[in-house]
Design a protein around this ligand. Structure first.
Ligand SMILES: [Zn+2]
Length: 239
C-alpha cells in the first residue's frame, strides 16, 4: 500500500500550497466497481481505492492520486492527470474487472461504520485502546447490509474488512455485546489462523484465551445463547 500512499503525498506537495502533508490512511477496498473515495476527518485524510487498481501501472496510480487530492482540496484537476487516469479506466481489462466487481459485489455492498445506534469506528478505537494498546491497524469496518441472524460478525483477511451484523445496531442490544462481537473480530487481526494437518484453524487456544479477557465475557456468552434461542438458530456466533 505504501506504494500508492507515496503518490498521495506527492499530490499534496503539488496541490496543497504549503499546507503541509496531512496524516493519511490509504488502502484498497472491495468496492462494487471502479470507484474511490477520499475524505477529510479531524485533520486526517482517508483514501479508499477500488481494489481493481491494486495492480495498476504507477503512472495511473499517480494520476488517480492527483485527481482525488484535487477533488478534496476543491482544485481544478490537472488535465494531464485527468487524461491519464481516464485512459487507464477505459482499458478493456479494467472495464472487464469493473464489471465483474459490480456483478459480484453490487448486492452486498457495504454501507458504513456509522449505524443508527452504534458507531463501529468509535467502538473500534475504544476496544483497541483498552485491549490492544492501540496496536491494531484499523481495518475497514462496516455494518452488514442485511440483518444476518446466525453470523453476527465476520473478518475478511484478504480485504482487511470487519463486517458486523446490522441486527446488532439497535438500542435493544447492549453496547457491551456489540463490543464483544467486534472484539472477537479484532482478535482475528491479532491471531493468524494455524494450519494443522491441512486444515485451517481460526479459533486457536491462544485466541480463545484472549477472548476471555473481555470484561463481560460471561454476560456475552449468555447473550449469545439467548440470541440463538429467540431466533431458533442452532447457534448464533461470531465467525
Ligand atoms: Zn471468529
Amino acid at each position: 500500500m505504501n506504494e500508492a500512499k507515496k503518490f498521495f503525498i506527492d499530490a499534496f506537495h503539488h496541490l496543497g500550497s504549503n499546507r503541509g502533508i496531512p496524516a493519511m490512511d490509504v488502502r484498497f477496498y472491495p468496492y462494487a466497481g471502479l470507484r474511490h473515495t477520499i475524505r477529510l476527518r479531524s485533520g486526517h485524510v482517508y483514501v479508499r481505492l477500488s481494489d481493481i487498481c491494486k495492480d495498476c501501472p504507477p503512472e495511473a496510480m499517480r494520476a488517480l492520486a492527483f485527481v482525488l487530492v484535487a477533488r478534496l482540496l476543491g482544485k481544478k484537476v490537472p488535465a494531464v492527470h485527468e487524461r491519464t487516469y481516464r485512459d487507464y479506466s477505459l482499458t478493456p481489462e479494467v472495464m472487464r474487472l469493473s464489471d465483474i466487481a459490480r456483478r459480484r459485489r453490487g448486492r452486498k455492498m457495504i454501507s458504513s461504520a456509522q449505524g443508527t445506534t452504534y458507531d463501529l469506528e468509535k467502538m473500534f478505537s475504544k476496544i483497541n485502546r483498552r485491549y490492544f494498546d492501540s496496536s491494531l491497524e484499523k481495518p475497514t469496518i462496516t455494518w452488514s447490509q442485511r440483518k444476518t441472524r446466525s453470523i453476527l460478525g465476520h473478518h475478511d483477511r484478504v480485504y482487511g474488512t470487519i463486517t458486523i451484523s446490522k441486527s446488532l445496531d439497535s438500542p435493544q442490544v447492549p453496547e457491551w455485546f456489540v463490543e464483544f462481537i467486534l472484539y472477537h473480530e479484532m482478535l482475528h487481526i491479532k491471531h493468524a489462523a494455524r494450519m494443522i494437518n491441512g486444515r485451517r484453524y481460526y479459533h486457536t487456544a491462544a485466541f480463545r484465551l484472549d477472548e476471555r479477557r473481555f470484561a463481560k465475557f460471561e454476560d456475552a456468552q449468555r447473550w449469545l445463547e439467548q440470541v440463538a434461542r429467540q431466533r431458533r438458530v442452532p447457534r448464533a456466533r461470531a465467525a
